[in-house]
Design a protein around this ligand. Structure first.
Ligand SMILES: NC(=O)c1ccc[n+]([C@@H]2O[C@H](COP(=O)([O-])OP(=O)(O)OC[C@H]3O[C@@H](n4cnc5c(N)ncnc54)[C@H](O)[C@@H]3O)[C@@H](O)[C@H]2O)c1
Length: 469
């Protein structure tokens, strides 16, 4: 921790001392579980103590890339200072701004590299208001004691709804009819156009999205079977099948909802297409590496596969614009676009207003909980640690947040430092080289706080420390 941090901390102690006993320091905190819910509830419950790292008005949040307004309102309700930008910032400006802030919120365009993060003196957490986190150097952030949060599941419903649209669109060849009519061709046909009622949908990966798909598809009268590497409880009357081959043999529509892993790479390739029913349809809204596209092209050319919808690709353009989806990006692009009954969308499965709003709430609440309470549950680069809230009557209690290198003997050293006080509860976990200890210690006089901080600060394995009270 730099001298600047220590100065900040000392100022903060001063402010906290002034706050002590004031109505603002107590009484309006929600229960732990309510902290997961809507921000309006933050002031509803009356039993638990609000922890303050210092006056929340001192917390600075930098929000870039038009982060949803639901997040802005969460931070403003906390009293944080919020600086909002519609776009990302040039690197130089980002470096300048990141020096001061306690939290930064980005989407996919802002690259939080080692070079940028090195300049962050007060940063405690990063919010990726999106699914992916590869725009952040996660290891470097963890080694600086910066927790990174994202929102992996807020858009599940949006993806599931698009899948349903695609099932019907493929079954009725709507894409082709629309393209034809746009170019003046009237082509009223019913041959090889089908209702989806009574057909079998095969879902590969029955997680957040796959299970939503299952419910929606059954509502349309489809039979649903699914394959997953873990045993998952079926929703409705859907049925888990034991092998991928069984699913491929039985399904009229095959849809993929698996993560990108070494096991899912080219999960559908020539042998899998051969195992499918003649005239089956394939839909991929998961990750671009999961379907072997050249094999799909061959299977469609010989009419084994009657149609496909693809939303994700091995390589995707970095930004919107004409001409970027071409053979330089993926060498098979022109062959793919020339196939009949193929719906191609630019990775928009999760792109809805509702999903953006839900992402704002989820990441906004995660950052607030981490800043105010130290709760790191949901962090992608950090041990996930949480303690239940302090009660209102626990006045001389301090919450110690100690991020450290994961090496032997640390807990012994830390508990020695804390041992003059009553350790009411503590929890520690590690993730690779990084470990995180949360402890609530009672019977702490205000004059002890700085001593505890100084002693912890001298421990050799310390990465960062915060004391909340
Ligand atoms: N197109 C988009 O815009 C968009 C939006 C959101 C998510 N996604 C992608 O959709 C996919 C699914 O997301 P989710 O939120 O449902 O994920 P999830 O983690 O909730 O579910 C994934 C499921 O796949 C299963 N699985 C993992 N490996 C498997 C394997 N080898 N074989 C069979 N099953 C396997 C898991 O057990 C789990 O049940 C992810 O790849 C995600 O990145 C795409």
């Amino acid at each position: 921790m730099s001298a600047l941090d220590i100065n900040n901390l000392q100022n903060s102690f001063q402010e906290a001392f002034n706050l002590s006993g004031s109505p603002g320091a107590v009484s309006t905190s929600p229960t732990q579980s309510f902290m997961n819910s809507l921000p309006q509830r933050l002031s509803a419950a009356k039993q638990q103590k609000v922890l303050k790292p210092f006056s929340t008005g001192d917390i600075k949040i930098l929000l870039l890339e038009n982060v949803n307004e639901t997040a802005i309102s969460i931070f403003k309700q906390q009293g944080y200072q919020v600086e909002f930008h519609k776009s990302s910032l040039p690197e130089e400006e980002l470096i300048e701004k990141i020096k001061d802030v306690h939290a930064i919120g980005v989407r996919s365009k802002t690259k939080l590299t080692k070079k940028v993060l090195e300049h962050a003196k007060n940063l405690v957490c990063i919010g990726c208001f999106c699914i992916g986190t590869n725009q952040v150097d996660l290891d470097f952030a963890a080694n600086k004691g910066i927790a990174v949060f994202n929102s992996p599941f807020s858009n599940s419903r949006s993806v599931a709804e698009l899948l349903i649209a695609q099932v019907i669109t493929l079954a009725r060849q709507v894409g082709d009819r629309s393209i034809e009519l746009h170019t003046g061709t009237w082509n009223k046909v019913s041959a090889r156009c089908w209702e989806v009622r009574g057909k079998t949908l095969g879902i590969i990966g029955y997680g957040h999205i796959g299970s939503q798909v299952s419910v929606l598809a059954e509502a349309m009268g489809m039979h649903v079977i699914y394959y997953d590497i873990v045993t998952v409880m079926a929703l409705g009357t859907s049925k888990q099948v034991p092998t991928l081959d069984e699913l491929l043999n039985k399904a009229d529509f095959v849809t993929l909802h698996v993560p990108e892993t070494p096991e899912t790479k080219n999960m559908l390739s020539a042998p899998q297409f051969a195992a499918m029913k003649d005239g089956a349809y394939v839909i991929n809204l998961s990750r671009g590496t999961v379907v072997d596209i050249p094999s799909l092209i061959q299977a469609m050319k010989v009419n084994k596969i009657a149609g496909a919808a693809i939303d994700v690709y091995p390589n995707e353009p970095a930004k919107n614009g004409a001409g970027s989806f071409n053979d330089d990006l993926n060498k098979w692009t022109s062959e793919l676009v020339s196939l009949p009954n193929i719906i191609l969308t630019p990775h928009i499965g999760g792109s809805t207003e509702e999903a953006q709003s839900a992402i704002g709430i989820e990441v906004g609440n995660a950052l607030t909980k981490y800043i105010n309470e130290g709760n790191s549950v949901g962090s992608v680069n950090f041990p996930e640690v949480s303690l239940r809230s302090l009660d209102l009557d626990q006045e001389n209690t301090v919450r110690v947040l100690y991020i450290h290198q994961n090496v032997p003997g640390v807990l012994k050293t830390v508990n020695n430092i804390l041992s003059n006080h009553n350790i009411e509860k503590q929890f520690s976990d590690s993730n690779g080289d990084i470990a995180y200890l949360m402890a609530d210690i009672s019977q702490v006089n205000q004059s002890d706080i700085k001593n505890i901080y100084d002693e912890l600060n001298q421990t050799s394995s310390k990465i960062s420390i915060r004391l909340l009270y």
